[in-house]
Design a protein around this ligand. Structure first.
Ligand code: NAD
Ligand code: DAU
Length: 353
C-alpha cells in the first residue's frame, strides 16, 4: 500500500484533504498532528474507523518522533500543512508561528531528508515533499493585478513572514540537497470545519448567536475565496502530478470585499434560518487589523494549463453549502467554542499541547 504523511491533518484544510483521499484514492494516510486549539479529530469522524487513516499525535518540531514515524511507515511522500494559521493571533503572539511554521518545517524537512537519503534510487526519484503555503507571502496588491508564481515575496504579518520563511527553506532543501519538493500557494479557503476565528465561520457563528458581526476598518479589503474541497483536489493533483521544484498558485477567481462576504452570508442566513430582524442589522465596524493587507488575487492559470485543475464550486454554491453545513453542525461549533473538545482531548490524548 502506498503511504503519504499529512501534517496538520486534523485542521481545516488537512481534514478536508484526508476525507477526500480516503473516499477517492487508495493512499494510506499517516496524519501527524499536534492537536493545537485548531486541530479537531471530530472533523475526521467520517474516516475515524478507516484502516487507511492512521492518526499520530506528534509535534512536527519533535525530530525523534518524526524519525520513528518514517522508520515505521516508510512513506512515498509528505504533504505538509501543519502550521499556526491565523493572522490576528500572529499579531498578538508571534512566538508559536516562528516555532511551528519555521522551526517545525525545518525539523520536518530534516527528518524527511534523512529518510529520503536512505531510499533506493527508484523510490528516491518518486518521492515528493509537498509544502502547502499561502498567497499572503506575496504581500498586498493595489486595485489591479494578480499574484503569479514569480511575484516577489513581500510578507507583511508575522504569519505571512513565517510562511515565507518556510517556503524559502523548502526551496533551499531542493536546490542544495536535491529533495524533490513541490510548493503550492493558495488564496483564502472557506467551507466546513473551519475554526470560528476566521472571517466566514466567525460571522456565521456570531450571526446565529445574535452577536455583533465585527468588520475591520471599512470592510473594503479584498480576498480571493476558494471552497476548501477545490483546494483539496488541487493539492492531490500537485502532489501526484506536479513537476519537482515547481510552484503552483491556487485560487478561485472569486475576489470579494469583506463587506460583500458578510452581506452574502447575512442574505443566506435570512433565507435558511430567518430571524425576527435581518442579520445585516448585526454588522459592526471595529478597529482595523494592524498592517491589514488591502487586496489579494491569485492568477491560477499555471495549475489550470499544466495540470488541468479547475475549481468545481462558484462562490455562490460554495457559500450556500458552507452556511448550510454550519447550520446543520452546530454541535461541532459548540464543542470547539465551549472548550468541551479540549477537555475530551486532554482526557483521551493527555495534555501534551
Ligand atoms: P488550521 O489552523 O485549521 O490547522 C492547522 C493544523 O496544524 C491543526 O490541526 C493543528 O493542530 C496542526 N498543528 C499546528 N502546529 C502543529 C505542530 N507543531 N505539529 C503538528 N501539527 C500542528 O489551518 P488550515 O487553515 O487548515 O491551514 C493549513 C495549511 O494551509 C497551513 O499551512 C496554512 O498556512 C495553509 N493555508 C491556509 C489557507 C486558509 O485559507 N486557511 C490558505 C492558504 C494556505
Ligand atoms: O490568503 C490566505 C490566508 O487566508 C491563509 O494563509 C490564512 O491561514 C487564513 O487565515 C486567511 O488569512 P486572512 O487574514 O485573509 O483570513 P481571515 O479570515 O482572518 O480574514 C479575512 C478578511 O476578513 C481579512 O481582510 C480580515 C477580515 N476580518 C477578519 C475577521 C476574523 C474582519 O473584517 N473581521 C473579523 O472578525
Amino acid at each position: 500500500m502506498k503511504t503519504v504523511f499529512i501534517s496538520g491533518g486534523a485542521g481545516f484544510i488537512g481534514s478536508a484533504l484526508i476525507r477526500m483521499l480516503i473516499a477517492e484514492s487508495d493512499w494510506r494516510i499517516v496524519n501527524i498532528d499536534k492537536l493545537t486549539y485548531a486541530g479537531n479529530l471530530e472533523s475526521l469522524a467520517a474516516v475515524a474507523n478507516n484502516p487507511r487513516h492512521v492518526f499520530r499525535h506528534v509535534d512536527i518540531g519533535d525530530r525523534a518522533a518524526l524519525d520513528a514515524l518514517f522508520a515505521e511507515f516508510k512513506p512515498e511522500g509528505v504533504i505538509h500543512l501543519a502550521a499556526e494559521s491565523h493572522v490576528d493571533r500572529s499579531i498578538h503572539g508571534p512566538g508559536d508561528f516562528i516555532q511551528t511554521n519555521i522551526g517545525g518545517t525545518f525539523s520536518l524537512l530534516e527528518a524527511t531528508r534523512g529518510y529520503w537519503l536512505s531510499l533506493d534510487d527508484t523510490r528516491k526519484a518518486a518521492f515528493r515533499f509537498h509544502h502547502v503555503s499561502t498567497d499572503e507571502v506575496y504581500g498586498s496588491l493595489g486595485d489591479t493585478g494578480q499574484f503569479v508564481e514569480t511575484t516577489a515575496y513581500a510578507p507583511n504579518s508575522p504569519y505571512s513572514a513565517s510562511k515565507a520563511a518556510s517556503d524559502h527553506l523548502v526551496r533551499a532543501w531542493h536546490h542544495t540537497y536535491g529533495l524533490p519538493v513541490v510548493t503550492t500557494n493558495c488564496s483564502n479557503n472557506y467551507g466546513p470545519c473551519q475554526f470560528p476565528e476566521k472571517l466566514i465561520p466567525l460571522m456565521i457563528h456570531n450571526a446565529v448567536s445574535g452577536k455583533p458581526l465585527p468588520i475591520y476598518g471599512k470592510g473594503d479589503n479584498v480576498r480571493d475565496w476558494l471552497y476548501v474541497d477545490d483546494h483539496a483536489s488541487a493539492l492531490r493533483l500537485v502532489f501526484e502530478k506536479g513537476v519537482v521544484g515547481e510552484v503552483y498558485n491556487i485560487g478561485g477567481h472569486n475576489e470579494k470585499t469583506n463587506l460583500d462576504v458578510v452581506d452574502t452570508l447575512c442574505a443566506l442566513l435570512d433565507e435558511l434560518k430567518p430571524g425576527s430582524v435581518p442579520y445585516a442589522n448585526l454588522k459592526t465596524y471595529v478597529a482595523d487589523r494592524p498592517g491589514h493587507d488591502k487586496r489579494y488575487a491569485i492568477d491560477a492559470g499555471k495549475i489550470g494549463r499544466e495540470l488541468g485543475w479547475r475549481p468545481l464550486e462558484t462562490f455562490e454554491t460554495g457559500m450556500r453549502k458552507t452556511v448550510q453545513w454550519y447550520l446543520d453542525n452546530s454541535e461541532w461549533v459548540a464543542h470547539v467554542v465551549s472548550g468541551e473538545y479540549r477537555n475530551w482531548l486532554d482526557k483521551n490524548y493527555g495534555a501534551r499541547t
